[in-house]
Design a protein around this ligand. Structure first.
Ligand code: GAR
Length: 224
């Protein structure tokens, strides 16, 4: 199988990266991770990736005077590793329009809310403060605006009466770990594709909606 070469961008612990690494271990999964890049040299995720035998690169944002200068090195590291598609996985740096345009329709992001609601940081506390009863996570294509772009897939997670930001974050994170490999697979296989800045889904015979008590996935989730 001709596997799509993925570059994963992280800033921290890299649990979503780990879920992608695990998915890529399956022989039939249509992607492989060529490089993991962090803007924080001490990100725990870098060590995890290295221990899996994956090439890692640290591009410390503190070493750069400007965003474009950092992005030049970032772009070169990605191209040098043969990356065809970027997956942002807890990458907490804003990217310029120039970089985003270079990777147009070739960069995915995961965000821990049901976009377009609750973009940005401190998502779960803001969800609780707003009193919403359902939250979740979103995988989308990256556009210049933060946490915006065509939505590939979402998972809904119920907000419980006794939740605090930590308990809610933990349940949403568990849904993220299922959603990201699922969305990546759909996109790489062309089952989810962009048309007029919306994601269209190629219908698949036999696809079933899988629900569990904690998360409801959209679109239809294949059994993996
Ligand atoms: C995840 O919850 C991810 O959705 C979020 O950062 C966390 C990273 O965790 N990303 C954003 O908020 C992007 N706007 P991880 O390092 O364990 O994957």
């Amino acid at each position: 199988m001709n596997k799509k070469r993925i570059g994963v961008l992280i800033s921290g612990r890299g649990s979503n990266m780990s879920s992608l690494i695990e998915a890529c271990k399956h022989p039939e999964f249509p992607a492989q991770i060529s490089v993991v890049i962090s803007n924080r040299p001490k990100a725990a995720g870098l060590q995890i990736a290295a221990s899996e035998g994956i090439k890692t690169v640290a591009i410390n944002h503190r070493d750069y005077e400007s965003r474009p200068a950092l992005e030049t090195d970032l772009h070169e590291a990605l191209v040098g590793a043969g990356v065809e598609l970027i997956c942002n996985a807890g990458f907490l740096r804003l990217l310029t329009a120039e970089f985003v345009d270079k990777w147009h329709d070739r960069q995915l992001n995961i965000h821990p809310s049901l976009l377009p609601s609750f973009k940005g940081l401190h998502t779960h506390q803001r969800v609780l403060d707003a009193g919403v009863k359902v939250t979740g996570c979103t995988v989308h294509l990256v556009r210049t605006d933060m946490d915006a772009g065509p939505i590939i897939a979402q998972a809904a997670v119920a907000v419980e009466a006794d939740d605090d930001a930590n308990s809610l974050a933990a349940r949403v994170l568990a849904a993220e770990h299922q959603l990201y490999p699922h969305a990546l697979k759909l996109f790489v296989l062309g089952k989810a594709y962009v048309e007029n800045e919306m994601i269209e889904m190629a219908p698949e015979p036999g696809q079933a909606l899988v629900c569990n008590p904690r998360a409801i996935f959209s679109p239809a989730l294949e059994k993996t």
